[in-house]
Design a protein around this ligand. Structure first.
Ligand SMILES: [Zn+2]
Length: 128
């Protein structure tokens, strides 16, 4: 279960950050999810709910922002948003070399959109 392990690592990182900041209850976790993680937002939210049970995050909302993939061209140096091959499903396209939108070279690498990060955490902090 791809989404469950992702949700679990988000929960673990957020709990760690919350404890370090004397937080009593986390109300929301904002994450940025790369296009090429192939995480399904609805599945991620659902698994986050399960993974956050009995933690500081229980009941917290997971806000997901999708981030476009980034591509770097080794030939002309172009770097920017990747253009997914329209005739391929993205799950396959990610393994095929992507063409540079500038010079059409396939000597490219993906430099972004392959992972997810916690952008920030909204929480209630202990007064004392
Ligand atoms: Zn190029």
């Amino acid at each position: 279960m791809h989404e469950y392990s992702a949700a679990l690592s988000i929960v673990e990182a957020a709990v760690h950050a919350a404890k370090a900041n004397n937080v009593k209850r986390v109300t929301a976790v904002n994450v940025e999810v790369g296009e090429f993680t192939f995480l399904i937002p609805e599945q991620l939210e659902f698994n986050f709910e399960i993974a956050s049970k009995n933690t500081l995050l229980e009941g917290a909302k997971l806000n997901i922002t999708l981030v476009k993939g980034r591509l770097k061209c080794n030939d002309c140096g172009y770097e920017g948003e990747s253009q997914a091959a329209l005739d391929l499903p993205p799950q396959i396209a990610v393994f095929a070399p992507m063409r540079c939108p500038k010079c059409d070279s396939s000597n490219t690498i993906l430099t972004g959109g392959k992972d997810f990060i916690i952008a920030n955490i909204e929480a209630e902090v202990n007064a004392s």
